[in-house]
Ligand binder design. Sequence first.
Ligand code: Z5A
Length: 213
Amino acid sequence: MGTGVFITLEGVEGSGKTTQAGILADALRAQGHRVTVTHEPGGTRAGEAIRGIFLDPKVSLDVATELLLVLADRAQHVREKLRPAVAAGEIVISDRYSDSTVAYQGYGRGFDLKLLGELNHLASEGMLPDVTIVLDCPAETGLARTRARARGNERGPDRFEGERIEFHRRVRDGFLTIARNEPGRVTVIDSTRERAAVSADILDAVAGMLKRR
Ligand code: Z5A
């Protein structure tokens, strides 16, 4: 069994990560790869329980509690699901991972980035993605999409959807800064376009990475 590949999709709320994770997984499976799609927070039984608290707008969380919850989720996710799947030779696609912590808790909430890096390293056992796609769109575009979707169901806004627009703008800028700092790992793709144009660019970026391995 060869070593697999770890791909993460990142970006602001409503940037299209979940949609594109599914499209990418289908395309890779059609090429004969074994693919696992997962997400954070969540992805394990413990993680889904953490996610319930993490997103519940009725639960008040101190920013330190918020950070430690998402890191606990990651610690379980890495050990229970991500590492075993990659070790078994699969392509693992995670809808959010450690860059979300840097963007949301670091750039969004203002946590010290050096400390965050150390805590992220502890939680992830240093497991880094082989490639990260940042789906980039203005915060307003992403939120308009998720609000349009919410009108079709009974779920109200979660803890993050209820944040002020300035928070979401800092998060977007955070993702773009991460991409500038790590151009070898992170590719930014304009996700304001049609789904098919976005997915074609993602597939190109992933194919390039697979060829270089
Ligand atoms: N969080 C954190 O703070 N720290 C961390 O370390 C981690 C997470 C890991 C997770 O919420 C929250 O946790 C997240 C950050 C925080 N909150 N925020 N903000 P989540 O998992 O519930 O939410 P999300 O990750 O932001 O996912 P989302 O709202 O579902 O957005 P998405 O996955 O990026 O987009 P989507 O579901 O694929 O698409 C949204 C809608 O847009 C949907 O109706 C689509 O049909 C539509 N869509 C998709 N693509 C397009 C295009 N190209 N054009 C038009 N419409 C489109």
